[in-house]
Write a protein that binds this ligand. Sequence first.
Ligand code: XMP
Length: 513
Amino acid sequence: MTEQLAILDFGSQYTQVIARRIREANVYCTILPFSTPASDLAALRPRGIILSGGPASVYAPQAPQPDPAVFALGIPILGICYGLQLLARHLHGRVEPGAKREYGKTSLTVTDKSCPLFANLPGTLQVWNSHGDKLTRLPSGFKTVAVSPNSDHAAIEHRARSLFGLQFHPEVVHTPRGAEVLGNFVHRVCGCRRDWTMHNFVERAVAEIRARVGAERVLLGLSGGVDSSVAAALIQRAVGDQLTCIFVNNGVLRGGEAGMVREVFARSFKIRLHYENASHRFLRRLKGVTHPERKRKIIGREFIRAFEAATRKVGRARFLAQGTLYPDVIESVPVGGNPAALIKSHHNVGGLPRNLKFELVEPLKYLFKDEVRLLGLELGLPREIVYRQPFPGPGLAVRILGEITPRRLAILRQADSIVLEEMKASGWYYKLWQSFAVLLPVRSVGVMGDERTYDYTVALRVVDSQDGMTADWVRLPYDLMERLSTRIINEVQGVNRVCLDLSSKPPATIEWE
Ligand code: XMP
């Protein structure tokens, strides 16, 4: 049985970051809505509870409050920011609006070095704050263990009851030693073992998949992306040939993609792989279509058709596997609203055939993306797959503006391969979120040798991002940009101009369509 920590989510934008830091300390943790009844929480037998931050003020009428019985469970609690203020409010301290909002970096002075949260850490730490209200009177039995210029009670504890509060955010990178503070909480205060590793996960997941699947068959739509690839390798480890992967060629894949997927999965992993080449059908349907949303709809619809056709060929299966990740299944907390009203939809499920009656197998649904990558390495997948950049389901179709024709596809594939090659050779590929070429079928005049040309433009889109929601363009070195431009113009027939996209998201999006 894996030990776990529970995080009650009060709507902080950093709740998932807290969970990741705890897991990096090799302890499993789960994120629960703030309103989870204490009895449900107790049933999970967590070794500790973290109260996350949140945007509200603890005395506001709509402020999210935990079940007060949580404080009487006898389980260690760490309140972070809003979580500290909740501790104070529920245990009869006082929180008041601060004269000025404390935001950004500050210096923390540890005043009681015997506090287990600061074990093995220096007496002064750089920390990051973001709060308006502040604690002005300690709840009874508590003492202050650290201060900062704007907080007389930057860290508090009730050691006998194992209750702790931090006014700053230990989970963010701007608190450089914060991961160690959280590590001290889970290991020294809660006494958790370091049993959450991907090595242990494989063993447990394999046992669970076997128990669930029995002697039945499992289908999996393999895209070649990280999530479906890791899910495939894991399920094959569990049930071998009972797994059949279906790889659909939608005609708008990048060059060499279909070959690479067959090479890795069918040849080296010996996974049963059905290759459904529907490219002609997709391209026929896309002919003459210029509107971005129409393209996406057609590709979505045709994908379901192709997948259904493939399932008829490979035969009945009871289970369908998906690479759903933890962020897709966590219930989000609306700010000051009813938590039941806002449960994230499974965006991954969107594109699947609903009338095929499958039972779902989602072996990655408790993992964050960085854990999925570690799992992939543990399973022996090549780094090329584990660390590959995201590639959209509608593929190159959303990177060719206007109509998709075989010629335009060939041009973009060649430019795309050059971008991939150069980004990998220079080491930049793995440092950023995405780097790719976009084909703009507007023609402009150029000159090559003695000839005038009248050819297309390629735009380079190179962005960095944490999660794809916001993004910034990357300042690549000039010599790399020069190589990209020279090679594309010299080698790709039909292109005589290369531009660099200098837009951030928002207001632009990452893909052009
Ligand atoms: P945008 O263009 O919306 O993209 O800024 C954000 C991230 O999502 C990827 N993307 C998609 N991924 N199916 C996918 O699986 C899609 O239809 C799709 N559209 C965009 C995009 O590559 C970027 O990483």
